[in-house]
Ligand binder design. Structure first.
Ligand code: PLP
Length: 428
């Protein structure tokens, strides 16, 4: 497999782009080598500029749940494009998407569309503060909630990949109201409430995908919600990754928990830039123009993005691929585990429906500390061997793999063959 054109573009890109990328994980820093440049994608496949074709398990880090360029999504976006790109005024499409979204989540009467997951979360945190009149927010270490200052502490995703504790440029003042708890540990949340009486709420990835996949144990979320209610604090579910992916109604539907505020992104736009936050009426009425919490966006509710979202969610509801995800996911999980056993490689696989990833460790992974026991050097070897054998994975130990509904039996065979070669190389 040759990567000459990617290498050439990488060198060219370094002149005017930071690290030749627009999001750090794309630089392949933690797996070494040059990043791949992509030419096109269709269905379950992605093709780089050298013409190498891969089964895509990145799925643009989540949004491409139907695979690439689903014909209904493409048709809807093209139709919208012909009517104009942006109006600075409302369209009927926003109302349609809002209804689909609110119908999917248990306690969501109203929603506000923004342009990214980061925007959704930063607005949700402001809203929690506006509604409760309190300032502090608890987050869990290893959960990533976008790159807003106040939550860029003990975050997973790219920060975990680069082993960065936080980010330069975040003033101390910006994080003084952020408290850190341990995922799957209710006692660590309770301790903060014992020491502070101004906690507005807790933000959580209900199924975490940013320290690799970590799954809430037992009744953790249900107990957390109950406890927060007793403290008059809000549960903010960051479902940017899990919304419409774990189930149509997100992790909340799957786990039987209703959050007070829900953040969405990724799948909601089907590959177009859409984020959203929503809640019941009494909370959303704090948001301008109904209330005093200001939040706005020039391109929010963009008509092409709305068309992408409506068509993606409509098709997703029709396909109802969640059983299929469970089936494919468990097959891939077994492939990974059995191949690791065959070559005597220590491996733990965490999976929740269509999100999964392997950790090269013996330790059960339920939180960030345990995730960090994974041998990232082994992951790098595994990653490149998977690439060379036709499987495109996130170039980081701490990113989830995402399945899509276009994955075929033949693709699974490609994954199985690649896994065999990659695991053998890890064992070498
Ligand atoms: N929240 C979660 C759980 C995420 O996984 C991400 C991105 O990966 C974000 C928020 C930020 O979303 P975006 O990258 O669209 O700003």
């Amino acid at each position: 497999m040759k990567f000459k054109k990617s290498e050439k573009l990488y060198k060219k890109g370094l002149t005017h782009l930071v690290g030749a990328v627009n999001s750090p994980v794309r630089a392949f820093s933690s797996v070494g080598g040059n990043p791949l440049f992509i030419k096109k994608a269709k269905g379950s496949k992605i093709v780089d500029v050298d013409g190498n074709e891969y089964v895509d398990l990145v799925g643009s880090y989540g949004p491409m749940i139907l695979g690439h360029r689903h014909k209904k999504v493409e048709k809807a976006a093209k139709k919208a494009l012909k009517k104009g790109y942006s109006f600075g005024a409302s369209t009927e499409a926003e109302i349609k998407l809002a209804k689909i979204v609110c119908d999917a989540f248990p306690e969501m009467d109203k929603v506000r569309f923004v342009n990214s997951g980061t925007e959704a979360v930063l607005s949700a945190v402001r809203l929690a503060r506006a509604f409760t009149g309190k300032d502090k927010i608890i987050k869990f270490s290893g959960c990533y909630h976008g790159h807003q200052d106040s939550l860029l502490v003990a975050a997973g995703s790219g920060l975990a990949t680069l082993s960065l504790p936080g980010s330069k440029g975040v003033p101390k003042g910006a994080v003084k109201n952020t408290l850190i708890a341990e995922y799957n540990n209710l006692e660590s949340v309770k301790k903060h409430f014992e020491n502070h009486d101004d906690i507005a709420g807790v933000i959580i990835e209900p199924i975490c995908g940013n320290m690799g996949v970590a799954i809430p144990q037992n009744e953790f979320l249900i107990e957390l919600k109950k406890y927060l209610k007793s403290k008059n604090a809000l549960l903010i579910a960051d479902e940017v990754m899990t919304g419409f992916r774990s189930k149509f109604g997100g992790a909340q539907e799957l786990l039987g928990v209703a959050a007070d505020i829900t953040c969405l992104g990724k799948v909601i736009g089907g590959g177009f830039p859409v984020g959203a936050y929503g809640a019941r009426n009494e909370i959303m009425e704090q948001v301008a123009p109904l209330g005093g919490m200001y939040q706005a966006g020039t391109l929010s509710g963009n008509p092409i993005a709305m068309a992408g979202g409506i068509s993606t969610l409509t098709e997703l509801k029709k396909q109802n691929p969640y059983d299929k995800f469970e089936e494919i996911g468990s097959i891939i999980e077994v492939i990974l585990l059995e191949t690791a056993k065959k070559y005597n490689v220590d491996l733990v696989v965490n999976r929740f429906g269509s999100m999964l990833n392997p950790f090269f460790t013996k330790t059960k992974v339920t939180n960030f500390e345990e995730a960090q026991t994974s041998d990232t050097k082994k992951f790098a070897v595994f990653f490149w061997e998977m690439i060379k054998n036709g499987v495109f994975l996130p170039p980081s130990q701490f990113e989830a793999w995402f399945l899509n509904s276009a994955i075929s039996d033949k693709d699974i065979q490609v994954i199985a063959n690649a896994t065999d070669k990659a695991m053998r190389k890890v064992a070498d």
